[in-house]
Design a binder for this molecule. Structure first.
Ligand SMILES: [Zn+2]
Length: 59
């Protein structure tokens, strides 16, 4: 996912914004593997193959 997405992504569970990005694999423009952490409800959303999995845990 592009780093600029962080500015618009909100937690799907509690709508908190912004999320904390923890990049594991990245290039200059995109995060390929990593996770997004919600500082309010503590949910973690994985980024796999550059796609953030924004699925609430009670899905
Ligand atoms: Zn949240």
């Amino acid at each position: 996912m592009k780093r600029t997405l962080l500015k618009i992504l909100a937690c799907p569970a509690c709508k908190h914004h912004p999320l904390e990005l923890e990049a594991v694999v990245e290039d200059s423009a995109e995060v390929i593997e990593g996770s997004l952490l919600c500082g309010r409800c503590g949910n973690v959303y994985r980024i796999v193959d550059s796609i953030p999995e924004m699925i609430p845990p009670d899905h």
